[in-house]
Design a protein around this ligand. Sequence first.
Ligand SMILES: [Zn+2]
Length: 357
Amino acid sequence: MSWRSIVGHAEVVEHFQSLHARGNMPSTFLLVGPEGIGKRLFAEGLAEALLCHNRSNSLLQACGNCASCIQVQKQSHPDVLRVERPAEKNVLPIELFVGDREHRSETGLCRDIRMRPQVGSRKIAIIDDADYLSTESGNVLLKTLEEPPEGAVILLLGTSSHRQLRTILSRCQIVRFDPLTPNEVADVLRNHPEWEVDDRIIELSEAAAGSIKTARMLADSDILQFRNDWLEQLASGDPASDDFAGTLVKFAEAAGKEAAAKRERYYFVGDQAIEFYHQLTRKYAGQKTEGGQTMQMMLERAISSWGGSLAQLAAIVERIVDFQSQIESNANAANAVDLLLSDMRRLAAGHDCLSAT
Ligand SMILES: [Zn+2]
């Protein structure tokens, strides 16, 4: 998969092309943008291009066929190091960077990146889920970022620069990724017939808020139904009515036994609400709104039946972001949902938040 065939993100491709053409590739980048828009795919493609045996000095482009390209595609290239948050953890543990207590500095990314490249001329590190770097992990990584091995390129992937440790942020060149357009989401869905969403491509691409991950979640009809019910609830101006907290918890718990799967659903609930208020803000400003038919209907309804002010919308979104952090730090989810919805009710009614911490 060539990184230049990645859907969307043309400006980012151009940016890396020009750094390469000028022979001026910085060592550390932070790729930021919402989840599910192709940052990881982009990082993999960039690694392939940087290591390709047939690449020219003027154009940063992988051939896709040489031994190096194939190894990167198969994730077996010895010079590409990858770390990501283990599903059961809510941080990127220090062990991934410097090995466990018994083997400190004998394994881990910070050691491996200092080893001489085996196949290519440089080492590439892809650090996914950088939002979850613990202070401890950040401190050990910082030493590597301060004195990176020659030619090494380190790609940190996160959802927002605000969620990064300040010390790390100051060492990175920040590269922003925008959500995909509905047409781009549709293109990606069309490229993947194995996802079996052929007959719903338009509906899913409009509802996905630019994220392939969201489009794929919404392909599950139970999830799509919940999303539409949730939008209706938000449009009413009283998110807590009809014991919706119970409905919401039931939806998240239906994800299965795994805590990570449930957490993902709680997070999704928050993202959907944030997107609703984002679109509502756009509507107030007379801008074009997206999100598909149900979203449009609910925006109309919100304006005619509720009509919260911009300050109220901003306060509600802030409260939802707090909720998402609580979910990440493994707070009791049912309690967190109860408090969230009652705070949203209060904020939507124009009162200050009482229970948020
Ligand atoms: Zn190649």
